[in-house]
Structure formats: C-alpha cells, structure tokens
Design a protein around this ligand. Sequence first.
Ligand code: ADP
Length: 393
Amino acid sequence: MTNHDIVVINAGSSSIKFAAFDLDNGLQKKLSGSVENINTAPVIKIKNTEGQSLLAEHYSTPQNYAFFYDFIFAFFASQQIDIIAVGHRVVHGGKDYHQPVRITPKIIQDLKALIPYAPLHQPYNVEAIEIIAEHFPKTPQVACFDTAFHWTHPPIADMFAIPKALSHEGICRYGFHGLSYEYILSQIQLREPQKAKGRIIIAHLGNGASMCAVKAEKSIDSTMGFSTLDGLVMGTRPGNLDAGVLLYLMEFKKMDFKALQTMLYQQSGLLGVSGLSNDMRTLEEVELTQPDAKTAIDLFVYRIQREFGGLMSVLQGCDLFIFTGGIGENSHEIRSRVCQKLDWCGIYLEDRFNRENQPVISTPDSKIEVQVIPTNEELIIAKHTAKVLSLLR
Ligand code: ADP
C-alpha cells in the first residue's frame, strides 16, 4: 500500500531537524530526528514516536547538507515513508509573505533576497529547499514563515524611530517564533474558543526566547524585532541591548562586524552572564554554589517581568498567560519566579499544579489564568503544507 507522508524540515546553521507525518492518519507523527554538529563532527539520530532510537550515527569529519538530505530521504524510503510533500520552517518572510506558500523558483529568489535580514538562518532554509528541489524535483515544497504570524501588528508597533527612508527599506520590527505562537493559539481555539478571543501573553522560553501579545486571535506585538536578538535574555543572545553599546565596542574596543556578530549570537545571554552554560537546567543545578549562575537566572526572570508589563499595557490588560518552549514547559522553578514577580497584577500560582507541569497552574482566584502548553512547530508546518497543497481529505 502506498503511504502519503509529509516531511517537515527545520534547517539551521549547524543542525537539521526533521519529522515525518502520516497524512492518512490525521497527521500523526511517524518518525523524527536531527543532525547536529554538521560543521564539525556530525551526529544523526532518528527515533520513532515512542522515542525509541532507530538510528544513531557519528561522523568524525564534517559532511555537507546535501549528503544528509539524501541520507534522510533514503532512510525514510527504507521505512516505507512515501514523501508526497516537504514543509520547511523559513525564518523570514519579509513584508510580502504572510501565509505559507508553495515554493517556486520565483519564491526561492525572494527568500534569497531576505538573507541579509536573517544571515544566520535564512541561507540554510534556502539551501535545504534548493537541494531537495534538485534531488527530488517532483516533490512539492512549502515554506512556512516564522515572521508571518506577526504581520497583524499595528504599524506603530513595528516602527523604529530612525530616518524614514530606512524604515521604508524594511528596517523595522518583524517578530519571530510565529509558528510556535500560531500553534499555541490554535490549541486555545480548539479547547477554549472563548478564551482565544481574549488578551493573551505567550512566553516562548527556549534557547531562543520571546513573548507575544495576542488580542482577538491576532498578534499585536512581540518582544523580538528586526532580528532574533531583541527582547528577552536567551541562551547565548543578550536580548535588549542599547545600540550605544555597539557603537562603543566598535569605536573603543575595535570590534569588527564578525566579532560583534559572534558576541551577540554566541557569547551573550545566559552563557555570557553565567560564564558557565547556556542551558537553564545546568544553571538551575549550580546556582546555589555559583553566584554568576544565579545572576543569569535572575536577569532572565527580570527581563520577562519587564516585558510582561509592556505587553500587558499594549493589550490593556491580560486574561491568560501561557508558558511554552523548553524552559517554559519544563522549569517549574522559572515559572514560579516569573509569576512571583507578577503578583502585583493578580497572578497566583498553585504550587502543586506548577510542580506537576499541569495544563493550568494558577489558583482559581488568580486574576490572570496561567497555563503551560507544549509547543509543536513541526505539526503546524505539516498542517500548513497539507493545506497549501490541498492534500487534506
Ligand atoms: P530551542 O530554542 O533550541 O528549540 P528548547 O525549546 O528545546 O530550545 O529549550 C531549550 C532550553 O530548555 C534549555 O535551556 C534547557 O535547559 C531548557 N530545559 C529543558 N528542560 C528543562 C527542565 N526540566 N528544567 C529547566 N530547563 C529545561
């Protein structure tokens, strides 16, 4: 029997994450995997839906991306996975792409033109699309954009106060993590449609972290801006940083573009402040003995508190606060510390619910309900892909 499967690809600067979904079975996930450390010593791992390992291979030398796409597609074929379409996470859709689209040569050109806006992510997204188009020319591909969910922002939310010619060129705020926010909103719409119509703040706290204000089922502001550097403290990125700091570093520390880029994307955030790790679990484990780990966590929490106030003001209140992402879904400690800082607006957590990662973690009398919803960006990409290609039965 022929299967009908959709493959989702999330290509990054040193990794490829992928999953296969069964179209004939309500888009149930069949397999997922990752290739890490592509530029150094690649490791490819594939597991089934029960989390059991199906394959784990280590390479001692770098391999190119094309090698791994061939490998992954050959592995899928060996597992009777019949790929009828591929959906991609594409970080930047610019001003023109507000919806997922079927990829054509013209769209590839448009996505390439956006590379300067996301130089550390977009090239890998485009490369994945091109390699797959070349090696599997009959397989349709769909691009799903991390910026698209935010196109409903009021224009004022996305403006920088810079000379208007620059703004007209597209130097403005875009917002990211849109596929995650879209998934979270879709879950609320499904379970509690009335609540979805309210004022919602979603905190996506992972290695990358941002927050989004949703009103009447639309994003109206987000903490990430022109790039993925803005807003909250992240694993290795600083979040909000006075542009004057960059001028100072260029002028007086003679840091060039590459040095600044490395500092901003790889050496800052939790890692930079703690001097130890970008991983929240590690920092939580050592914070009692390592003061810098505690400072990093305190700053992470403080910035969430600060951004929450801004987004709540933009929303004119808040009815629902949602945690998601690796930290948001798993760290009761961070959720507890964030919510303690927000008791001024009537947020109260039920300690047991919070420790158990229950879906609702606030007390019944909390003025703002607090929920934990695991995100699923892969599934939303699979759904979009099926919809754009009219594959849904
Ligand atoms: P990415 O942005 O790369 O997708 P994730 O959403 O997977 O990242 O989040 C990774 C972060 O989640 C890491 O900082 C990790 O330490 C943190 N994390 C995962 N599980 C826990 C946990 N149980 N407690 C604290 N932090 C956790």
